[in-house]
Design a protein around this ligand. Structure first.
Ligand code: NAP
Ligand code: G4F
Length: 338
């Protein structure tokens, strides 16, 4: 008989791709979504798997809800992808972020400990935990230095996973994943914000867009490949934490330049600081403006991951790199608009 998996945060980017992967492997997939007046299943619809996942109303703010769910569906594997995942919002809602992104992990682990400690557990940890980086590139052993309430909450979840593994012998793995993007990325994150805006500008549906710190660098990979790494971690003989990245980093500015380049627009930069603008070299039109409202009280300037442990022990390597990723995203947004 196939295995049963439960995914918290099934309506998110990774939840959709992970559901698709597990279904292709013959899993019975249960997806937890939180109650909203209008549920948001667009990603699962885009992947054409909405009818293949069994949805359950599960909020990781509610321990009893989690316990009853695990008793009912008896999962072999639980993937905890639910989080208040937007770093910028965590500065405005630090308490809520802590409740969901940090204590939420405790609730899921407690439910596992109570219902069946043999359930395998994946925790979605983040490269944001490295924050003000203490080593370049970052590896599993690099000391952490979180720079936002989100990153601090993720660090709590990371250590709690290790703690439950060591204290209760729970098969818990923490995946320290660097930024991974796709056409299913939420529109508030910088890559999708740019791919969507560039596609709209190209199609004449928008004149310009506003951006924050363009000099931040990220190690951006393709979400569809990263969820494979999550699954691989839970198939190992022993639980361990792994870092997934591409080992390449690029600035937000480079992302913007390549996105425009893909649609045949050459962008040049004029001015500096908050007065810097991105100009269409051919028409002279202003296409990019800086808006300080997108600056963060604490910034993560650059992230670069060394995924050699995952490569050696899981056999995981990313295939899609920066330029192809930008093109996949802009292309899909062009198709959505036309
Ligand atoms: P995402 O698209 O923002 O999805 C987050 C999911 O969490 C959504 O399904 C959301 O539901 C759900 N959620 C939020 N609060 C909840 C609650 N109280 N109870 C139940 N579900 C709740 O994030 P993602 O990009 O797929 O990332 C998946 C996980 O990996 C997150 O934990 C994120 O922090 C972490 N991570 C992501 C990256 C990355 O680059 N994508 C890198 C490292 C780690 P709604 O649809 O109702 O909002
Ligand atoms: O796209 P972002 O919002 O992603 P960020 O902060 O790196 O977080 C994402 O990746 C983490 C993994 O490292 C995840 F854990 C987390 O859940 C999330 O998925 O911002 C990327 C960079 C930042 O430096 C930000 O300051 O882009 C910069 N940026 C510049 N202008 C902007 C903007 N970010 C956003 N969202 N919007 C802007 O207008």
């Amino acid at each position: 008989m196939g295995k049963t998996a439960f995914i918290t945060g099934v309506t998110g980017q990774d939840g959709a791709y992970l559901s698709q992967l597990l279904l292709s492997k013959g899993y019975k997939v249960y997806g937890g979504y939180r109650r909203t007046s209008s549920p948001n299943f667009w990603r699962l619809e885009e992947l054409n798997i909405r009818n293949n996942v069994e949805f359950l109303e599960v909020d990781i703010l509610d321990t009893g809800n989690l316990i009853r769910t695990f008793e009912k569906i008896k999962p072999d594997e639980v993937y905890n992808l639910a989080a208040q995942s937007f770093v910028a919002v965590s500065f405005e809602k630090p308490v809520l972020t802590g409740e969901i992104t940090a204590i939420g992990v405790t609730r899921v682990l407690e439910a596992i400990r109570i219902v069946n400690p043999r359930i395998k557990f994946y925790q979605a940890s983040s490269s944001e935990m490295f924050g003000k980086v203490q080593e370049v590139p970052q590896k599993e052993t690099t000391p952490f230095y979180p720079r936002s309430p989100y990153a601090a909450a993720k660090l709590y979840g990371h250590w709690l996973t290790i703690n439950y593994r060591e204290s209760y012998d729970i098969f818990g793995c923490s995946g320290i994943l660097f930024n991974h993007e796709s056409p299913l990325r939420g529109i508030e994150f910088v890559t999708r914000k740019v791919s969507d805006a560039v596609a709209r500008i190209k199609m004449g549906a928008q004149d310009y867009f506003e951006i924050g710190n363009m000099d931040a660098k990220r190690d951006w990979g393709y979400a569809k490949e990263f969820v494979e790494g999550m699954w691989m971690m839970l198939q190992q003989p022993k639980p361990k934490d792994y870092l997934l990245a591409t080992n390449e980093n690029h600035s937000v500015r480079e992302f913007i330049e390549h996105a425009f380049n893909y649609v045949g627009i050459d962008i040049s930069w004029k001015g500096s600081g908050v007065n810097e603008t991105g100009i269409d070299s051919k028409s002279g039109k202003t296409l990019v403006k800086i808006n300080p409202r997108y600056f963060r009280p604490g910034e993560v300037d650059h992230l670069l991951g060394d995924y050699s442990l995952a490569k050696k022990e899981l056999g995981w390597s990313p295939k899609v790199k920066f330029k192809e990723l930008v093109e996949i995203m802009v292309q899909r947004d062009l198709e959505r608009i036309s």
